[in-house]
Every structure is written in structure tokens, then in C-alpha cells.
Design a protein around this ligand. Structure first.
Ligand code: PEP
Ligand code: MG
Length: 852
């Protein structure tokens, strides 16, 4: 069915097999075709070239759309397009090659029409590849003139959706919570690697089919426990792909079953009584999402109703703006994942990994692009696309999947704020001093992850559910939460929720799933007493964590926390940490859009030092690069960033970053005596000597005291040369995360290799052994601040190898201490020796069994 739009494109306007040497030549050629078709004046080619110098006309997926300057519209006689097919591609921008150059001469809406078709075409990779090499111009003609051609082709995968590919296997969902976002991300990550090699993989449930590499598509299948699915594949290595996917799918079952059990246990407290008020007060019933009891001033987080402006702008700049915002959001999410992994643990960080997969959904992009080509502003188009998709998710019958709508809106909101900073929502990160109960319609995972438990004592929301990501995060943070309060609180206060303001007090009984508004003096006193009783019980339970990590034969190891901000000190100490063995300063740079000044850094280091009241504080200088990219530093792109200018290598090349940081550190050291400096990613003695010289220059210029300077041992070269390095530094701290990836040549972020990146691998342990022995030659202490330190078995092996300090995520402290306290040092040494003698990580891990 041909389009009714009057837009000239004939086969004679399509030049196949062109081989222009440059972008300008390609534009000239396409201009000549338009002139020959009598659609434009001869000067139009020059206008197209000029346009190129003011804006980028590369659309993506090998398509470029040169068009003239707005002021040259009068040169257009008739709306037309011309196509140059360049099978070998012509370089358009750095690293971007155009294979289809679509010259557009259009006065009005036709420009949008052709863009809409091209955007659709871009979603259909198969057809696009065909057009880039075909010898049949009618194919190109059909794709560009016929709205339905690209649409139908796009849907082709779904029409015969209910049939499986020849290679297949059946599986019955045994995840108690169904296929929710976290496992769906793992499935799609595993499938993507194969899809990139040209293999098609689909998941079918009854008549519904999803592309296995599309996480949102998988979610929309709404799979529940007990559902039968057929997973099938087509292509060269279809069998291999299925075998690997099956392994990923089934290996998740155990964790899913355990997680569901834990969540159920956490919520069992509902039946456990709770507070009995002394005088009459009406409870407002909700659903418990996180146990515990708290009271405080209401802090009402008003849901800001955002007025999304619809300001149309040229498509190219709009799509540029959208892709910049998406890129920025992905980087922000990466830093959130990093932060949460280190602060709360890898499990909770998966929530944000799943969000990042939601963001990469192609359908979401198509929806947004189509709104933009239809002439809507970028913010409006994005918001609309997110709402359409979120509503689709929300209407899913499986509540776990429906709950992902809030994740999509959460991530959508981050993008919106990156498109236009005035579209930022109200935030909870800068609460005034005090103890609050946050009241809101609902909280997003981002809101909750950013809460400061020192200020936010409880959460009460009108909407939400006990299995939401917000509930999971609240439980990890130890903040009592009651959700699904409906509008009952609103009713009680009259109709306006906004009236909640700061004037009210709220009691949150997370154990009973109830809240109480404005208790009387008598009830408040009783609530305080109840809270004190609970605190006493908690203290009793916490006592174990506050005991030192001393073996039964009286050998002690120092236990530190890895934290990055002063407001995390309280939590770390209450979890039983005795010092801070690693403060990753890059987070000061990652969490904001610009570089903190020397004064700002100084204030943070000083506050951190003061809050620790004399306890050791090891501050690591910036470790940027590898997995930690900071957009605003605009560092050059590297093919292989983990092997590139990272850590100390970057510091030595960017004195503008290092010197202010060193000055801030020495200025703080003039006021507190517990600061130690640590340099990351050291590979040679000469690096250490140069870094120490800079430290000395800064120190003497400020007349600051000398402070211990240590280094991280995280590459095999440093471990092997430990005896040489030890001569020049005060201490070592082993970064087992990097040491593992560099020793085993296993990218620490590659999900496919996650199961192989084991720090308990004997090769890693032998390098640690070598490091300790090297340090002992110069009587230098060795700590470990990588993930292995927080693993109870790993911690014992490290202690047995002679490590004297372990620093970890605060939540890991209790289990590590408890494990060490049960053992004698003689046993721990024997354990380490055994581990060194094994040939595989599996054998070392099996030691765990004999540990209990
Ligand atoms: C490590 O590599 O083990 C480490 C502690 O540093 P990071 O995780 O910040 O790279
Ligand atoms: Mg590291």
C-alpha cells in the first residue's frame, strides 16, 4: 500500500553500489540525483553541505539524512528524496559509517514522514541489512515509500510468533516469584551475546512469544511459577546458545527460592504483636514492608506533578539530546550500582542493573523516536513513551511484574531530569537535621536507596507493596516501613494530603503493619518506652558484632568498613566496624555532575576523620577508569579501559585532579590524626616514588604532618614485586576484586564470566601469600579491602595467610567476626595452607562445608 504523501522517489533516484570517497562526495552525489530529478535548484547540493557543517545528519544504524538549510527551502521545487546505497559505507562521523545516504528535499511535513519511516526501518535490522546490499532498487523504493512495508516487516517476528524454532527445550518456571526483573535481566544478558552473533532466540509461553534478549519483552510474558515455556533458537550455533541459556536459567533457581523464603521470613513479623498504645488511638492499617518500630516528625514528600513541556525541536538535535540524556543516565546508574554494591551488597544493586536493562528497551526508544518524528518535544516524547510502557507493565496480571512499572517510571524520571534539569523531582537527599518519618504516595527505588537512615527513621506510603524494590531496600537499610496505606491517612487528616506538612508526628509499627498519627502525650511516652525495649533487645543481638574478631586462642584481626561518605560512619560503627579501611573518593566525583573543589574535598575528609573519633581512616585517592567512568571529566575513550589509564596512572597524568586532592588530604591531616593516604592500581616502584614525591611537595608547602602512605596491591605485577614495593610504603591493602580480574583475565563486570571470577582461586591466594611475605620482609602490615574480605571463609583464609586488617561492606562485618571468633588461629592457618595447596577455586570453596 503506497503512501498518499506526495513525495517523489523513483528507481532512477536510487543509486546502487555507490562508492563515494568521502562524506562530501556522497552529499554531492545525492544532490546531483535530486537536481537530475528536477526536484531542486542546482545550488541545493551546496546547501546540504553547509547544513552538514552546522548539524549532524547521521541518524544511526548506517543511515544518514543530508538535507538543506532552512533558508534554502525556496530551492526546492518538489518534495523528493534520493538514495545513495554505499555497501562499503562512507565515514560520516568519527567511527560512524553511512551505508544508506538518504538525501531529503522537503518543504514541510514530508521531512517528518520520511524520518518516521526511517526510524521504523532502523528497528528492522534484517530489512536494513538487505537494503544496504541489495541489487534491486524496488526493495529500497518499497521500504521508503510504503508505510506498511517497514511496519509489517517490523512485526514479522511476531506474526509467526507462536511457532518455535527447530532447536528448543522446555522448562517449567520454578522461580517462586515468577520471571521478575532480576532473573529476566540475567536471561536477556545471556541471550544478547548470542543474538549479536546472528542467532535468534525466543521464549514462548502458550501463544505469546518474546525475544530472549529483550528484557522488557520477557517481563511482559508475565511468567509465574509453574508456567511451562519453550525456549527455541535458530542459527549456526543455536544448540550451544540454548545449552548456555538453559544453564543460566536453571542456575538461578536456587537463589530465587532462597530470596523468596527470606522475603517471606522478613514479613512474618506481621503476626508478632507490635506496640499496644496506652490510650485510645485509631491505628491506620497498611501492609508491612520492613519490620521495626519508629516515630518522628512527618516529612511529606509531595509528588511533584511535572508539567512536561512540549517544545518541538529539529529531530536530529532532539535525538542527540535524548541519546546524551540516556548515556548520562546509564553512567549514573552504573555509579548507583557501584555504590549500592559496596554499601548494601550485590543483591540489592541488581535492582538498579535491572533498571538499566529497562532503559535499553528498543521498543521504548522507538516509541520515543516516533513521538519526536511526529513533531513532539524530546522531554514530552520521552515521558509519553515511558508512560505507555509503564501502563503496559502495570496492567500485567503478575503483581511482581506490574510492580516494575515504578522502576520504569523511576528510570524514566532520571532521564527526564537529564534532558531538562528543571524536570527534577523533589528529592529526599537533603533533609534538614532531625528524625523523620517519610510519607509519600510511593517511593521509587532511587528515592529509597538514597535515604540517610540517621535522619529517616521510618517510611509510610499510600501505595506500594511488600515485594517492591523499595521494600527490599528499606529492609536492607533497616528502616521500618508500612506501605499500601491507601488514602486512609488522607481521610483522617481531611482531604488534603499536602496538609501533612512537618507539623505532625507519626508512629510507624513495621512489625504490625500499622501507623498512628499524632499520638497523645501519654501514647508518645508509651511508644518511646516500647522503642526503648526493642532497642535493648536489638543491642543484645548486636553485642556480638561489637566484640573484636579474636580467635579462641586470642589472635586478633582488625575489622574495617568500606564506606565513602561521612553520613555512613554511624551505620558502619553500629555494624561493628572498628575503622575505615577504604574510602573510595571517586564517589565524591561520581555522584555529582562536576568535580568537587579542593575545599569541598577537604571538608569531606575532615568530617569523615572527625566522625571516626581517632579510628583509622584510609582514604584512597581517585581511582577513575575501568568500571568507574566519570562523564564530566571527559577522559578520552579507551578500547580497553581496565588495561588503560586508570587509578594512579591517571593521577600521574592529571595533576589537575591529583594535586587538589592531595592538598585537601594534607589540610585535613593538619586537624585530625587518623588519616592515611592510599594510592590505587600500582604496578611499579617508580610510580610509588613519583607519587610520594608529590605528597612530600604538597605536605611541605602546607607545613602539614607526615602521614602514612600506602598502596593497593591489585595487579599481579605489584604482588610479585611486593618485597620491592614494601620498602617504600607504610602499608599495603590488597584489592581482591581487581587482583582477581587481572590474575584470571576475567572482566569483573562480565555477567557471563561471573561464576568464574572467583577470588578464592588458588592462583589469587598464592599472589596474596606472596604479597604478605614481601611485606613481612620490611615489617609492613597488609590489609585486604576487596570483596574477599567480607566473605566469612575468605576472611579466615586471608587471616591465615598473615593479613592483619580486613575491610568490607558494613553489612558483612557481623558474619565475618562471628566466623573468626569460633575458630582457633591454628585452625585458621591450617585452612589457609590447605587452600594454597588446592588446584581450583571449587576445592577451596568446598572448605566452607567443613567450616560449620
Ligand atoms: C578492589 O579492586 O578489590 C578494590 C577494593 O577496589 P575497587 O573495587 O574500588 O576497584
Ligand atoms: Mg580496585
Amino acid at each position: 500500500m503506497a503512501s498518499s504523501t506526495k513525495l517523489i522517489l523513483t528507481e532512477s533516484s536510487i543509486k546502487l553500489n555507490a562508492a563515494p570517497k568521502s562524506k562530501s562526495e556522497a552529499i554531492e552525489q545525492v544532490g546531483e540525483i535530486l537536481v537530475a530529478a528536477n526536484a531542486v535548484e542546482p545550488n541545493f547540493g551546496a546547501s546540504m553541505l553547509q547544513r552538514e557543517s552546522v548539524s549532524n545528519t547521521y541518524l544511526g544504524s548506517g543511515i544518514a539524512i543530508p538535507h538543506g538549510m532552512v533558508e534554502d527551502k525556496s530551492s526546492i521545487k518538489e518534495d523528493a528524496i534520493a538514495v545513495l546505497q554505499v555497501p562499503e559505507g562512507v565515514e560520516w562521523n568519527d567511527g560512524e559509517k553511512a551505508t544508506l545516504v538518504v538525501g531529503i528535499a522537503a518543504k514541510g511535513d514530508n521531512h517528518i514522514t520520511i524520518l518516521r519511516r526511517l526510524t521504523r526501518l532502523m528497528q528492522n535490522k534484517e530489512l536494513l541489512t538487505q537494503l544496504q546490499t541489495t541489487n534491486d532498487p524496488s526493495l529500497i523504493l518499497k521500504a521508503l515509500l510504503d508505510d506498511d512495508a517497514s511496519a509489517n516487516a517490523h512485526n514479522a517476528g511476531n506474526t509467526d510468533a507462536a511457532t518455535d524454532f527447530a532447536e528448543k527445550f522446555e522448562w517449567t518456571v520454578d522461580y517462586p516469584s515468577g520471571l521478575h526483573a532480576r532473573p529476566a535481566t540475567a536471561w536477556s544478558d545471556a541471550a544478547k551475546a548470542w543474538v549479536e552473533q546472528g542467532i535468534k532466540i525466543q521464549v514462548r509461553h502458550q501463544q505469546e512469544v518474546a525475544d530472549a534478549s529483550n528484557m522488557v519483552g520477557l517481563l511482559q510474558l508475565g511468567l509465574r511459577e509453574g508456567d511451562q515455556v519453550v525456549i527455541s533458537a535458530e542459527g549456526d550455533k543455536a544448540q550451544d546458545a540454548l545449552m548456555q541459556l538453559k544453564q543460566v536459567i536453571t542456575s538461578l533457581s536456587k537463589g530465587e527460592i532462597e530470596a523468596a523464603k527470606k522475603a517471606a521470613e522478613a514479613l512474618m513479623n506481621v503476626k508478632h504483636g507490635g506496640w499496644k498504645p496506652a490510650a485510645e488511638i485509631t491505628p491506620i492499617a497498611g501492609v508491612t514492608a520492613s519490620p521495626g518500630f519508629a516515630m518522628g516528625q512527618v516529612y511529606y514528600l509531595e509528588s511533584k506533578v511535572l508539567e512536561i513541556p512540549d517544545q518541538p525541536e529539529p529531530l536530529i538535535s532532539a535525538s542527540d539530546r535524548l541519546s546524551r540524556a540516556l548515556e548520562k543516565t546509564q553512567l549514573q546508574l552504573k555509579s548507583v550500582v557501584d555504590d549500592i554494591t559496596r554499601r548494601l551488597g550485590a543483591k540489592d544493586a541488581e535492582i538498579f542493573k535491572a533498571q538499566s536493562a529497562l532503559l535499553a528497551d528498543e521498543e521504548l526508544m522507538t516509541l520515543a523516536s516516533q513521538q519526536m518524528v511526529a513533531g513532539h518535544g524530546v522531554a514530552w516524547a520521552w515521558h509519553e513513551a515511558v508512560e505507555v510502557k509503564a501502563n503496559q507493565l502495570a496492567s500485567n496480571g503478575n503483581p511482581l511484574i506490574a510492580a516494575r512499572a515504578i522502576d520504569l517510571r523511576d528510570i524514566g524520571q532520571r532521564v527526564l531530569a537529564n534532558i531538562d534539569s528543571s524536570l527534577k523531582k523533589n528529592s529526599l537527599t537533603d533533609l534538614p537535621a532531625g528524625e523523620f518519618i517519610v510519607v509519600a504516595e510511593d517511593l521509587t527505588p532511587s528515592d529509597t536507596a538514597g535515604l540517610d537512615p540517621n535522619k529517616v527513621k521510618g517510611i509510610a506510603t499510600f501505595a506500594g507493596g511488600p515485594t517492591s524494590h523499595t521494600a527490599i531496600l528499606a529492609r536492607t537499610l533497616g528502616i521500618p516501613a508500612v506501605v499500601a496505606l491507601g488514602d486512609k491517612m488522607g481521610d483522617k487528616l481531611g482531604s488534603t494530603l499536602a496538609d501533612l506538612g512537618q507539623k505532625h508526628t507519626l508512629v510507624v509499627d513495621g512489625d504490625a503493619g500499622r501507623v498512628y498519627l499524632d499520638p497523645s502525650e501519654e501514647n508518645l511516652a508509651s511508644a518511646k518506652e516500647w522503642a526503648a525495649q526493642l532497642a535493648e533487645k536489638r543491642l543484645e543481638a548486636e553485642k556480638g558484632r561489637q566484640l573484636p574478631a579474636t580467635t579462641t586462642d586470642d589472635v586478633n584481626i582488625i575489622i574495617g568498613a568500606n564506606i565513602n561518605r561521612p553520613d555512613q560512619v554511624k551505620l558502619a560503627l553500629s555494624e561493628g566496624a572498628e575503622c575505615v579501611g577504604l574510602m573510595r573518593t571517586e564517589f565524591l566525583f561520581l555522584e555529582r555532575g562536576d568535580t568537587p573543589t579542593e575545599d569541598e574535598q577537604y571538608a569531606t575528609y575532615l568530617e569523615m576523620g572527625q566522625k571516626l573519633e581517632g579510628r583509622e581512616l584510609i582514604i584512597r585517592t581517585l581511582d577513575i577508569g575501568g568500571d568507574k567512568q566519570v562523564a564530566h571529566l571527559k577522559l578520552p575513550h579507551e578500547e580497553n579501559p581496565f588495561l588503560g589509564v586508570r587509578g594512579s596512572r591517571l593521577l600521574l597524568r592529571r595533576l589537575d585532579l591529583m594535586l587538589p586532592q592531595l592538598r585537601a588530604l594534607y589540610r585535613a591531616a593538619k586537624e585530625v590524626s587518623n588519616i592515611k593516604i592510599m594510592f590505587p592500581m600500582i604496578t611499579s616502584v617508580s610510580e610509588v616514588l613519583t607519587l610520594k614525591q608529590y605528597c612530600e611537595d604538597v605536605r611541605s608547602s602546607l607545613d602539614a604532618p607526615e602521614i602514612p602512605i600506602g598502596i593497593m596491591i591489585e595487579v599481579p605485577a605489584a604482588a610479585v614485586l611486593a618485597d620491592k614495593l614494601a620498602e617504600h610504603v607504610a602499608f599495603f591493602s590488597i584489592g581482591t576484586n581487581d587482583l582477581t580480574q587481572y590474575t584470571l583475565a576475567t572482566d569483573r563486570q562480565n555477567p557471563v564470566l561471573a561464576a568464574e571470577a572467583k577470588s578464592l582461586h588458588p592462583a589469587v591466594l598464592r599472589l596474596i601469600d606472596l604479597t604478605v611475605k614481601g611485606a613481612q620482609k620490611h615489617q609492613r602490615p597488609v590489609g585486604v579491602c576487596g570483596g574477599l574480605a567480607g566473605d566469612p571463609l575468605g576472611a579466615q583464609i586471608l587471616m591465615g595467610l598473615g593479613v592483619s586488617e580486613l575491610s568490607m561492606t558494613p553489612r558483612d562485618v557481623a558474619a565475618v567476626k562471628a566466623g573468626i571468633r569460633k575458630k582457633s588461629f591454628a585452625d585458621i592457618k591450617a585452612l589457609a595452607e590447605k587452600a594454597l595447596s588446592f588446584e581450583s577455586a571449587d576445592e577451596v570453596e568446598a572448605l566452607q562445608g567443613g567450616d560449620e
